[in-house]
Design a protein. Sequence first.
Length: 104
Amino acid sequence: MTAETKTELPQATGSCCSSTGSCHDGAAEVREGGVTTVYEVKGMTCGHCEGAVSSEISELPGVTSVTAVASTGRVTVVSEAPLDRDAVAAAVDEAGYELVGVQG
């Protein structure tokens, strides 16, 4: 049982930095039995961008959590096993952005 939803999708109304809490520091949470990877994505500027990237990546098999932060360009993904970089790049591209790196 988990206390978080799989993906937070910000509403397209207003700023991503509203009191809804969609902007955060991008710190990854450690989850038992999961692999946490932080990707660098170019082009995200707001909550809508975060939602688009999160939505596409969350559709990849084995993904359990996605947190995108436009202000840092970081997307933290928790998955059951390591993800194929090309699959993540394709998902980010489908959302309209560019995968530029993997941290750690």
